[in-house]
Design a protein around this ligand. Structure first.
Ligand code: DSN
Length: 417
């Protein structure tokens, strides 16, 4: 970054500081990861200098000799990896991708059904404070209080009563396998388009560690920067039947020029995700999460749904007598980065909820094995207890231990340790 350091030393200093922070901390936010050097290099290329509104072979700007090939590579790799007929790799991120789906299939005021945000869904699945819940009529399903799992019979009843045109499955705090076939049956029964929002689990699907929505969902929406370990971006995949509607909705319906440097980095990430190493990675993410869940449960932590099938754990801290935000901030001081999160049927407010959400994608990218999960659970336990008792010395001690483990497992894509 020699040029950046000269032109803008303040920004250069912050980038270096962030790199060091990512090296030194145990990053447990389940939607974050470390990208490879190759993905980072593709992101920082001159492809960002180019406008290319349109699609390969049909652009509104000249000079597309290279850009068309970049985008075509990304499209073909996405179609192959996710076994879908069509791929659009232009959405800027997950929320615009989902908004494009509404544009493709709904008129304002039409009904959309998705999982409620406090139950583990996403804002863009029709939740009230989002444009998707105010421009459209959102009806929301949840999870059972006793099991923490979605009851598909209840989803079917709601769909039959409300007749949504669009049904979203997937979410941001769903620790269990998504039953794509079950949702597809309901969508067919009510004549709805089924959208599988697999943003969190795309890498697990690519690596064979979660069932695929292919053959069930009409549209698959995903970001590219979570378990898939690509740049910040998104993709919409679909059956051939919906290809035109999706493309028209993304451009010119919602967006202008695609971010070609991101498209290139998506292509690189898709190539990496098609390799055998990535399959090993995806399975290890799940093994690590399951092991961490077992270790936490053994220490009296209340896991929503009792555990996990995927990369994330949602922990209700009510029984530990520590609010989620207090725990998250104490963990941050200990070098363990998580986010506070509502839990289903939370009695506290979203900005001060009862839970924390943790996941294993980033630590698994560092090569940290399942055998270390007992230690990670012990640290979380120590820090949550210290947050309650105000024992800052215990938190400082954990921070040093975390740093030692991070030093032993350097993160990919970073140039510092
Ligand atoms: N913000 C993402 C997450 O953390 O899950 C979802 O959009």
């Amino acid at each position: 970054m020699s040029h950046l350091a000269v032109t803008d030393p303040e920004i250069a200093r912050l980038v270096v500081a962030e790199e060091q922070l990512q090296a030194d901390t145990l990053r447990l936010i389940p939607s974050e990861n470390y990208v490879s050097h190759a993905v980072l290099e593709a992101t920082g290329t001159v492809l960002q200098n180019k406008y290319s509104e349109g699609y390969p072979g049909k652009r509104y700007y000249e000079g597309q000799q290279n850009i068309d090939q970049v985008e075509t590579l990304a499209i073909e790799r996405a179609k192959t990896l996710f076994a879908m007929d069509h791929a659009n790799v232009q959405p800027y991120s997950g929320s615009p991708a989902n908004l494009a789906v509404y544009l493709a299939f709904l008129q304002p005021g039409d009904t959309v059904m998705g999982m409620a945000l406090p139950m583990g869904g996403h804002l863009t699945h029709g939740w009230g404070v989002s444009a998707t819940g105010s421009w459209f009529r959102g009806v929301q399903y949840g999870v059972e209080q006793a099991t923490g799992r979605t009851d598909l019979d209840k989803v079917r009843d709601l769909a039959l009563a409300e007749r949504p045109k669009l049904i979203f499955c997937g979410g941001t705090a769903v620790p269990r396998t998504i039953d794509f076939a079950g949702f597809a049956e309901i969508a067919r029964e009510v004549g709805a388009v089924l959208v599988a929002d697999v943003a969190h689990i795309a890498g697990l699907i690519a690596g064979g560690a979660h069932p695929s929505p292919a053959g069930h969902a009409d549209v698959v929406s995903t970001t590219t920067h979570k378990t898939l370990r690509g740049p910040r971006g998104a993709m919409l995949l679909s059956t051939a039947e919906h290809a035109k509607a999706i493309d028209r909705a993304v451009f010119p319906g919602l967006q202008g020029g695609p971010h070609n440097h991101t498209t290139a980095a998506i292509a690189v990430a898709l190539k990496e995700a098609a390799g055998e190493d990535f399959r090993v990675y995806a399975r290890q993410v799940v093994t690590n999460a399951r092991t961490l869940g077992e270790e936490l449960a053994a220490r009296g932590f209340d896991l929503v749904s009792g555990g996990t099938d995927n990369h994330l754990l949602l922990i209700d801290l009510t029984g530990k007598d520590v609010p989620g935000k207090v725990a998250a901030k104490a963990l941050d001081r200990a070098g363990i980065v998580v986010n506070y999160n509502t839990v289903p049927y939370d009695t506290r407010k979203p900005f001060d909820p009862s839970g924390i959400r943790i996941g294993t994608p980033a630590l698994t990218s560092r090569g940290i094995p399942a055998s270390a999960m007992a230690t990670v659970a012990e640290w979380i336990d120590l820090v949550v207890t210290a947050a309650r008792t105000g024992d800052e010395a215990a938190i400082t001690k954990v921070r040093a231990d975390v740093k030692a483990l991070m030093d032993a497992y350097p993160a990919p894509g970073l140039s510092v340790r």
